[in-house]
Design a protein around this ligand. Structure first.
Ligand code: 3HC
Ligand code: NAI
Length: 699
């Protein structure tokens, strides 16, 4: 075996040369990897071998360009040099794929003459999720293999196609058994030589493009069908334009030129910078300074859920989906049955649901009215009413019933978990697992560390979150934790703006245009204005009270802040407008014209300021964790990175100045956080802030 460089080797297996790449963790195409591939192919082509196999060691085939190198000076061989060397090889080149062939990795594989994969392999062009497009010929080659429609779908979703699907679309030529990738690829290469198979260059296959030629409606229809999903993002549109170029440009090279030009635009723009930042933020959130990766975890083989309401049902589904049995306990038979039937309906309604899958999952969920059913659970998650007295009562019971070492979690949206833990004899086993509604769909999980929560309980929760497909962020105990605490700032300002003269639809429009999926008032209408509203106590003290008293309780009554037609399309409501105007007059205020800029700044800046307070109080480990919470749980547009990233881009000094300006006019709601002032004085950013290490726990 010859060492080509520190990450690449070349060996021969009979008459087949095998180039092996080993650059952990994901064989990303760093300068060193590109050099290794370039020199490896050069040597293999010059050797006596009759065919060449490219294979990777470790968990995956090449997972893409090395994102950490973006923005730096080009070093080493270019990716295009490597690709040309492969494609023009006079000997068949076979890419052997396991794990994921993504982005630049798939683009390399597409320059091999053939591709073989193991059944568990997945292939995709996920650049769009980084605000990019495949910039190494992928936009021109994928449609040539998979056809225009499929390429559009894959490139704009970033989806990873499983090997079987890849085989059907021609992206993979053969599937070989798991664990036998190298043998399978070498055998394929040998067969290619023996049968004198052609040296297929994807770039020369125009048949599928010709089928789309003269059909611009394919693109128009695709844009229209996905307009909502793509709203605000640049990259999906740029990906589409590249596929259009593949169809319309007279030559492959001209299509490639379009790809290069648009890639260059995206990579130097603010959206991709934010999305790349976010990619690493999500991974960073998994790292907890005083809970290292090798912290032992507790086995979670059976989960209990207390309360089968809105949250309990969704929470249970997460575990059944990954094969973990769940026992769900309610107070009343009726509530239990309602909860179970809602879960069943959710399964039946989910896309592509097969009856046997529904049965399998429902078969893992058992219901009971007796908390003793939790005795053998490794984790119990409480999701009963949001009242401290009830929470304390059930935690005392759980403490008595659950086996030693079982984790007791609460799904409270903001109650003091230290107080809840204090009623148990095992506060070290108590933690917050704050799911978001609908809990079976929403990705975010705030894991709330209480004062005495043990490290292995945190490590177990982080691991479990990954297992059930959630993005977990560790936060500390404070009212509303990170997400709702920041939301409260925005809600307060939205309400105040309406009392000062802005209409709910003005506030909603500004936030929608900023990139949120909907504004706070549309959101209230969707959730129902009567959540937490008590008819008997209502006395017209707020606009919401007045609306509810008129039975304008939101979408479900076809009227709330907005009026709704039979398709639930919202229209600004003259009734609401009158209610608001009357309310303002009655309370002796003078409505004024409020600019869109003021609406946005009043809603956004206090959020950033609250984020700073959260950081200084140690309730989030780092500013990027706050961004992960807001992107995943509250629809902050990922192309703006998150509130703290946004603040950093704008500049903490400007955030401070605007807060001070508002403070002088409107008072203490805008009092700048001490940390914000300190960072500005030191010329630093939120991302520069490092949390002090926690003190070691007493033995
Ligand atoms: N570049 C640099 N580092 C990368 C990377 C990449 N493309 N992909 C992953 N990593 C790093 C992660 O940051 C992480 O580092 P850490 O351990 O220090 O936190 C480590 O590799 C492992 O990653 P994950 O925690 O995500 O591991 P998983 O096993 O859960 O997932 C994966 C593996 C599916 C490959 C996932 O990492 C992933 O989706 N990576 C990104 C793939 C991608 O977007 N590729 C396209 C890149 S852009 C491109 O190719 C442009 C081209 O068209 C020119
Ligand atoms: P819910 O009212 O829909 O369900 C609560 C269920 O708990 C009811 O079915 C009730 O019968 C049951 N229950 C009450 N006391 C019980 C007891 N002692 N033993 C067993 N079951 C009991 O409430 P929801 O919305 O599911 O909220 C539950 C918890 O989740 C609350 O703490 C809430 O703050 C939190 N939460 C709610 C979110 C939401 O959007 N609904 C989001 C995140 C957290």
């Amino acid at each position: 075996m010859a060492e080509i460089n520190s990450v690449t080797t070349l060996e021969t297996d009979g008459d087949v040369a095998v180039i092996t790449l080993n650059s952990p963790p994901v064989n990303a195409l760093s300068a060193n990897v590109r050099d290794g591939l370039y020199e490896g192919f050069k040597a293999a082509i010059a050797s006596d071998a009759k065919a060449i196999v490219l294979i990777c060691e470790g968990r995956t085939f090449i997972a893409g360009a090395d994102i950490t190198e973006f923005g730096g000076a080009q070093r080493g061989a270019s990716l295009f040099d490597v690709q040309n060397m492969m494609e023009n090889s006079p000997k068949p080149v076979v890419a052997a794929i396991h794990g994921t062939a993504l982005g630049g990795g798939l683009e390399v594989a597409l320059c091999a003459h053939y591709r073989v994969a193991v059944p568990s392999a997945r292939l995709g062009l996920p650049e769009v999720n980084l605000g990019l497009l495949p910039g190494a010929g992928g936009t021109q080659r994928l449609p040539r293999i998979a056809g225009v429609e499929k390429a559009l779908e894959m490139m704009t979703s970033g989806r990873h196609a499983p090997a079987k699907e890849a085989l059907e679309m021609g992206l993979v030529d053969e599937i070989v058994p798991e664990g036998q990738l190298k043998e399978g690829a070498v055998a394929f290469a040998r067969k290619a030589v023996a049968e004198n198979k052609p040296l297929v260059k994807v770039r020369e296959n125009n048949a599928k493009l010709e089928a789309a030629n003269g059909h611009p409606e394919i693109f128009a229809d695709f844009r229209k069908a996905n307009a909502r999903r793509f709203r605000g993002f640049l990259a999906p549109e740029y990906n589409i334009r590249c596929v259009e170029a593949a169809v319309n440009a007279p030559t492959f090279e001209e299509g490639l030129a379009t790809e290069r030009k648009l890639f260059a635009e995206l990579i130097s723009g603010p959206q991709s910078a934010a999305q790349r930042y976010y990619f690493f933020a999500e991974r960073q959130a998994q790292k907890i300074p005083d809970v290292p990766d090798d912290t032992p975890t507790r086995p979670i083989k059976k989960v209990g859920v207390l309360g089968a309401g809105t949250m309990g049902g969704g929470i249970s589904m997460n575990f059944a989906n990954v094969g973990i049995p769940v026992t769900i306990v309610e107070v009343k038979q009726e509530a239990l049955e309602r909860g179970l039937s809602t879960m069943r309906k959710n399964y039946e309604r989910s896309r592509g649901a097969r009856p046997e899958e529904t049965e399998k999952r429902m078969g893992l969920i058992s219901g009971s009215l007796d908390m003793n059913a939790f005795a053998d659970c490794d984790l119990v998650i409480e999701a009963v009413f949001e009242r401290m007295d009830i929470k304390k009562d059930v935690f005392q019971k759980l403490d008595a019933i659950c086996k030693p070492g079982a984790i007791l979690a609460t799904n409270t949206s903001g109650l003091n978990i230290d107080e809840i833990a204090s009623v148990t004899r095992r506060p070290q086993d108590v933690i917050g697992l704050h799911f978001f509604s609908p809990a079976n769909v929403m990705k975010l999980l705030e894991i709330v560390r209480a004062d005495k929560t043990a490290k292995d309980v945190i490590a177990t929760s982080m691991k479990l979150a990954k297992q059930i497909g959630k993005v977990a962020v560790l936060v500390g105990v404070c009212p509303g934790f990170v997400g709702n605490r920041i939301l409260a700032q925005r809600q307060r300002e939205a309400q105040k703006l309406v009392l000062e003269g802005a209409m709910p639809w003005d506030v909603d429009r500004v936030l929608y245009d900023f990139g949120f999926p909907m504004g706070p008032f549309a959101m209230s209408d969707l959730a129902g204005l009567d959540i937490g509203w008590v008819k008997e106590k209502s006395n017209g003290a707020t606009i919401r009270d007045v609306l509810c008293e008129m039975d304008r309780r939101g979408q479900k009554t076809r009227a709330g802040y907005y009026d709704y037609d039979e398709n639930r399309t919202a229209k600004p409501s003259p009734v609401t407008e009158k209610i608001i105007n009357d309310f303002i007059v009655k309370s002796g205020r003078n409505p004024r014209k409020i600019s869109d800029e003021e609406i946005l700044d009043r809603c956004i800046y206090p959020m950033i300021n609250e984020g700073a307070k959260i950081l200084e109080e140690g309730k989030a480990i780092r500013s990027s964790d706050i961004d992960v919470v807001w992107v995943n749980g509250y629809g902050w547009p990922v192309y703006r990175g998150g509130p703290m990233y946004y603040g950093d881009q704008f500049g903490p000094d400007k955030v401070l100045a605007r807060m001070q300006e508002f403070q002088s006019k409107m008072g203490e709601d805008f009092k700048p956080a001490a940390l914000l002032e300190r960072l500005v004085a030191e010329g630093k950013k939120f991302s520069d802030f490092k949390q002090q290490q926690r003190q070691p726990e007493p033995a």
